[in-house]
Design a protein. Structure first.
Length: 365
């Protein structure tokens, strides 16, 4: 590699590092406006035209706000945790192919890379919970780690079927394979749904946000953070949401492929509905209970994702390709699991009736 190529690569990395905070600001504004419309209010409005400067004002406030360290905190874990959570998301952006030209690194194993690296951020959350010296932060960190580790399994299995059909672990090859045939989101609809649900759970988004349930753990592992340190957790959350929507577009919706329009336009047209769907869920669905959250993963998503992999592998071995029978097989498997497990997982547990006290007769005069 020549010196020019090295400088170009470094320049691309710097652009991504600087674009990540800007991307988070844009997504925060869009989410606030979306939730405002759902809840029949205006959302950000006063700061700047249509409230466009509200997120910038919030960023300035967080950057200038006093940073406090709890008295009982473990300093090294407390300080390093935000960095451990934020940095992996930025590194993942390096291998995401927005278009054939807009990609920093073309890894042959980029599909494994984008799922392996964010797993490091789980260590950051447990460091934040333990290092803060608060029982509520520790409880939130343990919940988040248990949830993220559990939902990583169906998340990986959901894309394994796509990798089998494409015959490659390269994101660019997966996009090109869909350009020649049909989107994998059409022939693997169950895998697409599992991917979105497991991705939301891994990043603690509604309705899978039990790790930050204010009524139980008072904000999760970040409860003792303030200022720029707290802002880094929020930046990581929205960068990860963007990565989730981008991977959904690349793996299941054909990426940049489309007629007439440039590739980057098709990429934005496919990614935006996924982001709006994620924001819409936050404004409409309540969070699940802890037993529903874990039971849904282990009893429904993991068996269903494994069955979907078997269906994809069977069609690949026999050379049938991504056809309508694959769609029918996947949907029938999902319906069978719905009838068998879903209603038992989300059902409200029966409770014993509240005993009615027997009235005591008044004492005789």
């Amino acid at each position: 590699m020549s010196l020019t190529d090295v400088l170009i690569t470094v320049l691309k990395v710097l652009v991504i590092v600087l674009a990540a905070p800007l991307l988070a600001l844009v997504l925060v504004y869009v989410e606030r406006k979306t939730l405002g419309r759902i809840q029949r209010r205006m959302g950000p409005w006063h700061v700047g035209p249509m409230g466009l400067l509200q997120t910038l004002a919030d960023a300035v406030k967080l950057l200038t706000k006093e940073v406090l360290t709890p008295e009982r905190a473990e300093p090294w874990a407390y300080w390093i945790a935000p960095i451990v959570v934020f940095v992996p998301g930025v590194f993942v952006l390096v291998v995401i192919p927005f278009t054939p030209e807009l990609v920093v690194s073309r890894l042959d194993l980029s599909l494994l890379y984008v799922f392996a690296l964010p797993a490091v951020s789980v260590v950051g959350f447990i460091m934040a919970g333990w290092g803060a010296g608060s029982k509520y932060a520790l409880l939130g960190g343990i919940r988040l780690v248990a949830q993220a580790v559990s939902y990583e399994i169906p998340l990986l299995f959901s894309v394994l079927g796509v990798a089998i059909l494409a015959g490659s672990l390269s994101l660019i090859d997966i996009v090109n394979a869909q350009g020649d045939t049909v989107w994998y989101g059409v022939v693997q609809p169950v895998a697409f749904v599992i991917f979105i649900m497991a991705g939301l759970a891994e990043h603690s988004r509604t309705p899978f946000d039990m790790a930050v349930g204010e009524s139980e753990v008072m904000g999760g592992p970040t409860i003792e953070y303030s200022g720029i340190r707290w802002a880094m957790f929020m930046l990581a959350e929205y960068v990860n949401i963007f990565i989730l929507a981008s991977l959904g577009t690349i793996i299941f919706l054909g990426g940049w492929h489309g007629p007439v329009l440039p590739g980057w336009v098709w990429y934005l047209l496919k990614t935006t509905p996924i982001l709006l769907f994620i924001f819409w869920l936050r404004g409409t669905l309540p969070r699940l209970r802890v037993d529903q959250l874990m039971g849904f993963c282990w009893k429904v998503l993991i068996p269903l994702s494994l069955l979907n992999v078997v269906v994809a592998a069977t069609f690949k071995v026999y050379g049938w390709g991504p056809t309508i029978p694959m769609v029918i097989a996947s949907v029938l498997a999902a319906y069978w699991f719905y009838r068998r497990e879903w209603r038992q997982v989300v059902a409200v547990p029966a409770r014993d009736p509240i005993p009615v006290p027997t009235p005591v007769p008044a004492a005789a005069e």
